[in-house]
Ligand binder design. Structure first.
Ligand SMILES: C[S@@+](CC[C@H](N)C(=O)[O-])C[C@H]1O[C@@H](n2cnc3c(N)ncnc32)[C@H](O)[C@@H]1O
Length: 368
């Protein structure tokens, strides 16, 4: 199995930071829970016996999806009162899996399905979703939110930017090609795992028909702002040009057409695995921090100090990974703090237009 470079460093901030700071990702799932329930209804779990197995792939600490699973698993239980349910959380090896178990077992105070729905067995896997997580023909319901944009490795450095949304020409093409190959492979791996009639629900970061994507919905572009402040650290001699160049998000944002291409292409690995598209749509979910600021008239400084942690919860590993291995941990931590402080000061001084609105392409597939 080829080594996935992203696996080496990627993890959301642990100890509960992720789900506390990332309430918007929870809204994405809460708002679209019915889509998963409808998929379960179409599959009708009462038609089979034995274990009903579900995965939450790229679950981070599991806190953001907990309420969605409470509703979905209650629905499965109602339809199939006798079937044992296996709920498998997956992420990469550096993920804080201890936090997953604390949240799911109710140690952090959130209401959990384990206290509400009988016969659920919760467990975890640290195998990448670019690999086979489960044996063939054993999965009933696959799910993943806000994770499939992570590719196995960056294909090249990005000139004068940190994310493929700021890349052009051959560089942009290299990321799109890598994104297409990883996506087809990831779908095919799921197709192999799924039982016939099983469903796969994926809520993916993407680019909608108006060209909008995370943090780019009409105001200040978040990824351009990341690049601006990272560049300012070079200008001030705090990081080197090489470190700037080596900082690239291992992510690809795909358009709706790019998402559905392998599901309609009879020659793709995804299609050959038996996966077929049932539903696709794009939605924008408003940034809860910007909403609180504009509707409740929050102080700009408070807005900035609430807003930056949501960006930091998922972006920090990429910036830390760009820094030289020669630097001491203290030096690295200081640079990263300075970087986010600059972003926060900018928002506090001029909050207008800053927002991390979520732009997702939602897909539901079935295995033929
Ligand atoms: C932005 S978080 C989303 C967490 C949660 N699903 C949500 O919607 O709030 C993305 C998660 O995907 C995980 N991830 C990235 N690449 C992955 C891979 N190849 N396999 C499994 N998880 C991966 C990251 O470690 C991270 O926890």
């Amino acid at each position: 199995m080829a080594r996935e470079e992203t696996t080496d460093f990627m993890a959301m901030k642990g100890a509960g930071y992720y789900s506390k700071a990332t309430i918007g990702a929870k809204h994405v799932m809460d708002n679209a829970t019915q889509m998963v329930i409808d998929a379960v209804d179409r599959m009708d779990p009462s038609k089979r016996s034995g274990v009903f197995r579900a995965t939450d792939m790229g679950a981070a600490d599991g806190g953001t999806s907990l309420d969605m699973w409470r509703r979905v698993l209650a629905n499965v239980r109602e339809r199939a009162p006798e079937r044992p349910i296996e709920m498998i959380y997956t992420d990469l090896p550096r993920n804080d899996f201890s936090q997953v178990f604390q949240i799911v077992h109710g140690l952090t105070g959130e209401a959990t399905y384990l206290n509400e729905v009988s016969g659920i067995h919760a467990m975890a896997s640290a195998t990448s979703f670019h690999e086979a997580i489960l044996p063939s023909d054993t999965l009933d319901l696959g799910f993943s939110a806000t994770a499939s944009h992570y590719i196995t490795a960056v294909p090249c450095n990005i000139e004068n930017h940190v994310h493929m949304v700021g890349a052009t020409g051959k560089t942009r093409q290299a990321y799109e090609d890598k994104g297409a190959a990883d996506w087809d492979n990831m779908l095919a791996k799921r197709g192999a795992e799924m039982k016939r009639g099983a469903r796969l629900c994926l809520f993916n970061f993407g680019i909608d028909s108006e060209g909008q994507y995370l943090g780019n919905t009409g105001g200040v572009n978040m990824f351009d702002t990341f690049a601006l402040h990272w560049r300012s650290l070079v200008d001030d001699g705090l990081i080197t040009e090489e470190e700037f160049v080596n900082t690239n998000f291992p992510q690809v944002y795909r358009t709706q057409d790019q998402f559905i291409a392998p599901l309609n292409d009879k020659n793709s690995a995804a299609y050959a695995s038996g996966l077929r598209l049932e539903h696709v749509e794009a939605r924008v979910v408003r940034c809860p921090f910007e909403q609180q600021y504009s509707e409740a008239g929050e102080d700009p400084k408070e807005f900035a100090s609430d807003y930056i942690p949501t960006l930091r919860s998922w972006s920090e590993p990429t910036f830390a990974n760009g820094l030289s291995r020669e630097r001491s941990p203290v030096d690295r931590a200081g640079i990263i703090d300075t970087f986010y402080q600059r972003y926060e000061a900018m928002v506090a001084n001029c909050p207008e237009g800053h927002a991390m609105d979520y732009v997702h392409i939602y897909l539901v597939c079935m295995k033929q």
